[in-house]
Design a protein around this ligand. Structure first.
Ligand code: IMP
Length: 371
């Protein structure tokens, strides 16, 4: 029996999907525990090649249980499309969605875009999928959960109350179009019809599998440097992406997790804005991007590229209690004349070996490179 948490050790896109897909072959259960359709991975198996955003990688393997845990945020339309693709192609894994997972509503998507526009030159560069506003509602206790689909009357009341307030913000603060209640209400029946059979108390399922000493994978999304507490705040996502989130977002006890596997690229990439100490804006950075096919899976944006940052990965190892690392994309470096890596930082003449918290300091880091 083993429970393994798999996390990204950098800013996401480290190749988690490939490694998890490989390990999932022998897993009994795979659970997603955070994030939403801001994540994306492609799995390839006997049934074809599939780009998934929410459903765990284990879905391609016979006899595997796939859970979308309470720590995730779910856009019901995106999940329905994904489930239809899975069913059309007869992917064999079983799927369950936590009744506690929060829903991304159309007003969250609209607010995400309005907030980003409003930030102007200080935009985070979000994926625009409504992730931040959905998590904000969860934390401020105004969220709507997947389990709310069980009672449509009550659900409509909750939506009306929220929408009233959100439309006021859209109209009066952001001076943009409102979302119509009718537009959301028209979708609810479809959400209920298509999702109800998957909704479950997923903690019970995971606990049963722990008791039966099954092999469980807890599938992380994004990367440790996008963590809301420990990442390059405010240029981060709105959830915890470090390994400890695996216990909260899946419902298994932290002491039941046996191993934390960190996935890191042999160089660094990030999509969106924010400090990136080892970024290369020269010919080498361009080459890494081209050879590594560094384009975002969700937004198709070009990923920024740079040298491997040992300071950040070392910090991630400590914060997430990483036991082992899978290093990906080493071959992308093959044709470079010189390979460099960052082993320490220098800020205003002072050497440090950790990521300082302030954006200003992060932007003033001079990486100490070994080559
Ligand atoms: P959000 O999660 O859409 O709010 O985006 C916040 C930040 O996280 C942005 O810089 C995104 O580009 C980044 N981000 C979110 N999800 C991913 C991912 O799966 N891979 C890489 N970057 C991501």
């Amino acid at each position: 029996m083993a429970i393994v948490t798999i996390i990204g050790g950098q800013w996401g896109d480290e190749g988690k999907g490939k490694i998890i897909d490989h390990l999932a072959k022998n897993a009994d259960l795979v659970a997603r525990y955070s994030g939403g359709n801001n994540a994306g991975h492609t799995i390839e198996n006997d049934y074809g090649k599939f780009a998934l955003h929410l459903v765990p990688c284990g879905v391609g393997w016979e006899g595997t249980i796939n859970l979308i845990g309470s720590g995730t945020v779910i856009d019901p339309d995106v999940l329905i499309d994904e489930l239809e693709l899975i069913s059309k192609n007869s992917l064999p894994g079983e799927i369950f969605i936590s009744e506690k997972a929060h829903m991304i509503m159309p007003y969250h998507i609209k607010l995400d875009q309005a907030e980003e526009n409003d930030r102007g030159s200080e935009a985070v560069g979000t994926t625009g999928r409504g992730i931040g506003p959905a998590y904000s509602d969860k934390i401020s206790r105004n969220g709507i959960r997947i389990g709310d689909l069980k009672d449509i009357d009550l659900l409509q009341k909750k939506i009306s109350k929220n929408l009233n307030f959100k439309n006021k913000i859209l109209r009066e603060i952001y001076e943009t179009e409102e979302i119509s209640e009718k537009e959301i209400f028209e979708k609810i029946d479809n959400w209920q019809n298509k999702l109800s059979k998957y909704i479950a108390n997923t903690e019970q399922i995971i606990h049963r599998n722990i008791e039966e000493k099954k092999f469980i994978l807890l599938e992380g999304a994004q990367g440790a440097l996008l963590d809301i507490d420990h990442g390059t705040y405010p240029f981060v996502t709105s959830s915890n992406t470090v390994a400890s989130a695996a216990a909260t977002g899946s419902g298994c006890g932290p002491n039941s997790i046996n191993y934390v596997l960190g996935i890191t690229k042999a160089y660094s990439t990030r999509v969106g804005e924010g400090p990136f100490p080892t970024e290369l804006t020269d010919k080498v950075g361009k080459e890494l991007g081209e050879r590594g096919k560094e384009f975002g899976t969700v937004t198709s944006r070009k990923r920024r590229c740079g040298w491997f940052d040992g300071v950040l990965v070392r910090q991630t190892i400590k914060i997430s209690g990483i036991n082992g690392i899978a290093l990906t994309k080493l071959d992308v470096l093959d044709e470079l004349e010189e390979i460099k890596m960052c082993i320490a930082y220098e800020i205003k003449g002072k050497k440090i070996n950790y990521l300082p918290a302030s954006t200003d300091e992060q932007l003033n880091i001079k990486p100490c490179l070994l080559y």
